[in-house]
Design a protein around this ligand. Structure first.
Ligand code: PRP
Length: 183
């Protein structure tokens, strides 16, 4: 048995991911070709694979940084409280900033980060997210570069986890229900 046996279906293939990421990079190359080098902020952990592929298709000079925020957790979902576990090392005042996320779901995480970053006075602030799940949105998030819209299903792979595993799947898949109901 391998982790692949736990996957019910492939939602977005490896090839489709790579094609779309190249197109997103092209959009970003147009926006950032003539401005001061932006800072790409990868939100850990889920966005690390997307960032790694995206950054290699960008033709403008840029820097990358990592930020980790705590999930509000299943039990406290309604509180909307997000905690910063790892903050930026760079002062973003006057900088062009791109937040790189794997998925916007309820929107709580990014809504918090956008509000937090706005107080630091960046020159501009945009969001690049690989996946968008609009059916689940509870809080507004101004997404600028979106890879794919996905249905309200439990998606994983390509950085997204189930119980911290499966992040290394090369595609976006859907887990077999028996995997998460057996606990
Ligand atoms: C996921 C994802 C986003 C957030 C999206 O992170 O990476 O940061 O949830 O959900 P929201 O729109 O409902 O806030 P998670 O907390 O699972 O942590 P991880 O990236 O470390 O897996």
């Amino acid at each position: 048995m391998t982790m692949f046996d736990d996957i019910a279906k492939v939602l977005i293939s490896e090839e489709d991911l790579q094609t779309r990421i190249k197109a997103l990079a092209k959009e970003m190359n147009q926006v950032y070709s003539d401005v001061e080098p932006p800072l790409l902020v990868c939100i850990l952990k889920g966005a690390f694979i997307f960032l790694a592929d995206l950054t290699r298709h960008l033709t403008f000079r840029h820097e990358v940084e990592f930020m980790e925020v705590s999930s509000y957790g299943k039990s406290t979902k309604s509180s909307g409280v997000v905690r910063i576990l790892l903050d930026l090392e760079t002062n973003i005042e006057g900088r062009h900033v791109v937040i790189v996320e794997d998925i916007v779901d309820s929107g709580r995480t990014l809504n918090y980060i956008v509000r937090n970053f706005s107080t630091r006075n960046p020159a501009s602030l945009r969001i690049a997210t690989l996946l968008n799940k609009p059916d689940r949105r509870e809080m507004e998030v101004p997404t600028d570069f979106v890879g794919f819209e996905v249905p309200d299903e439990f998606v994983l792979g390509y950085g997204l986890d189930y119980a911290e595993q499966y992040r290394n799947l090369p595609y976006i898949g859907i887990l077999k229900p028996e995997v998460y109901t057996k606990d």
